[in-house]
Design a protein around this ligand. Structure first.
Ligand code: 5GP
Ligand code: ZN
Length: 121
């Protein structure tokens, strides 16, 4: 998609710090991290927002969700189950949708933010 910054990142016309790539998905570090670990997972298919997702995109969306815990683990903010059964670590997953949802880049993306305790979204 012309003039889409994330499509340009996918096409390597704009550099990014990629942490994962396959045929359908790309994950890269957010340029303005809001947490010690902050990366974005995007589909290579240009879709402006979650509001444009159709039933045929269900598998792609599922893969984005499935990837989040794997990459969070690799990036050092995965959920850890301690010997006593208690949990530590963890991260927030966030998809901003539309102007009132705080979306600034209109290519669907999921934020994964971890490494710090947050009280609210
Ligand atoms: P939104 O508010 O649309 O959910 O978030 C867009 C995110 O993309 C922001 O957190 C912003 O820092 C990030 N971002 C915008 N432009 C770039 C860029 O060129 N490179 C990278 N790595 N992140 C970007
Ligand atoms: Zn795009």
């Amino acid at each position: 998609m012309e003039n889409c910054i994330f499509c340009k990142i996918i096409a390597k016309q704009i550099p990014s710090e990629a942490i994962y790539e396959d045929e359908d998905l790309l994950a890269f570090k957010d340029i303005h991290p809001a947490a010690p670990v902050h990366f974005l997972i995007i589909p290579k298919l240009h879709m402006a927002s979650l509001a444009d997702a159709q039933p045929e995109h269900a598998e792609l969306l599922g893969r984005m969700l499935e990837l989040a815990p794997k990459l969070a683990q690799e990036q050092g903010c995965g959920v850890i189950k301690n010997a006593d059964g208690s949990l530590t670590g963890g991260y927030k997953t966030l998809i901003n949708t539309g102007p009132d949802g705080g979306q600034e880049v209109y290519h669907l993306h999921m934020h994964v933010m971890g490494g710090v305790k947050r009280q609210r979204a």
